[in-house]
Write a protein that binds this ligand. Structure first.
Ligand code: FAQ
Length: 311
């Protein structure tokens, strides 16, 4: 028996309209959105660390200003996304607690180190590139606050991707040592970037339901293919080689053939055993503890304001 609430929800989804915070929604829909949106928010916040590592060492004032702006944008994205999750009843405290306790997921990609300046280029080009590919369809996700947050976020991500591309371009026009540094960064970030799209479709437990609810519009493998298709001409323009000897366009079935992805590595990183997992969480915990006085002061100020208005 379908209740009137359920019928209205199903109807909104069938007409491809937006679900808003005030609307009735199935518990499982709410849970899956809190899961995805909070994981996405955590990724933005943890994702500040690999690049923040280079702010003090950026090669020029201009590069430093750009990198600082980008890392600040990521903080902003995290905050939008936490707010979107809060409209579903999740609390900021619970989400933060889950992250620093190591119970929450965030994107596998941020558990890799950034040893050289070229990593700033590779992150912008490959990581933000993958983020755009994945997030542009999310601008049409059925949950209104998430979809609207994505519109603004995607505009900023395109700028981020261009700045990464430009860093690599400048290195590729430089000395042989700079060219090697750029190629080495691309070699290290390419495969982890492909893993950002998630497990293969036949091992993606959440996909079918998320697609039925119009949260996801394309499958993990479809977006991965689209991403590779975007990279191939850009790699050529840069003069870098994508580190996959098997990569070629298959005319017959209209997609890219590629070497198998190392899913063992992906699962190790998800289990907390990637190269930088422990360091990322340690740093996040430390930042949270160091910020305690700000939260206390804000709470005391809010309490004082509330008393003042009552009097
Ligand atoms: N890393 O059944 P599915 C950025 C988990 S971009 C870690 O396929 P779903 C911008 C998945 O959560 C990065 N975990 O799941 C930036 C699920 O776990 P659960 C963030 C992963 O949700 C750039 C399980 O595996 N972007 O931050 C990953 O249908 C530069 C089974 O997977 C987003 O979060 C992974 N790569 O599809 C910032 C986009 N892949 O909860 C700074 C929004 C999968 O069942 C610098 N999210 N898992 O235990 C999505 O589009 C989706 O959640 C997917 C996964 C596509 C990531």
């Amino acid at each position: 028996e379908t209740t009137p609430d359920e019928a209205q929800f199903d109807d909104l989804i069938a007409r491809d309209e937006r679900i808003e915070p005030r609307d009735w929604m199935p518990d499982a829909y709410r849970r899956t959105l809190v899961r995805q949106i909070s994981q996405h928010a955590h990724s933005e916040i943890i994702g500040m660390q690999p690049e923040a590592n280079w702010i003090t060492r950026a090669p020029s004032l201009k590069r430093k200003a750009i990198l600082m702006a980008k890392v600040q944008d990521e903080a902003g994205h995290g905050l939008y996304l936490y707010s979107a999750a809060q409209t579903l009843g999740a609390t900021r405290d619970d989400m933060t607690e889950a992250l620093i306790a190591g119970r929450a997921r965030y994107s596998s990609i941020f558990n890799y180190p950034t040893p050289t300046w070229a990593d700033m280029g590779a992150i912008g080009w490959l990581v933000d590139g993958a983020a755009i590919c994945n997030q542009v369809p999310l601008c049409r996700a059925s949950y209104g606050p998430y979809a609207r947050a994505m519109v603004r976020i995607c505009k900023e991500e395109s700028f981020h991707q261009r700045q990464g591309f430009e860093i690599l371009l400048e290195l590729m026009r430089g000395t042989p040592a700079q060219q090697r540094m750029a190629q080495d960064a691309v070699d290290r970030w390419y495969w982890p970037a492909l893993q950002m799209f998630g497990p293969p479709d036949d091992e993606s437990p959440n996909s079918a339901q998320s697609m039925a609810w119009n949260i996801k519009r394309f499958s993990n493998d479809e977006l991965r293919q689209r991403f590779v298709g975007m990279l191939v001409p850009q790699a050529e323009a840069l003069g870098v080689t994508l580190p996959d000897p098997e990569l070629r366009y298959d005319e017959a079935n209209g997609c890219y053939a590629m070497s198998p992805i190392d899913w063992t590595e992906f699962h190790e990183v998800l289990a907390g055993r990637g190269p930088m997992n422990a360091e990322r969480l340690r740093r996040r915990r430390e930042a949270h503890e160091n910020g305690a006085w700000v939260r206390e002061a804000a709470t005391a100020y809010a309490a004082k304001q509330a008393t003042a208005t009552r009097e």
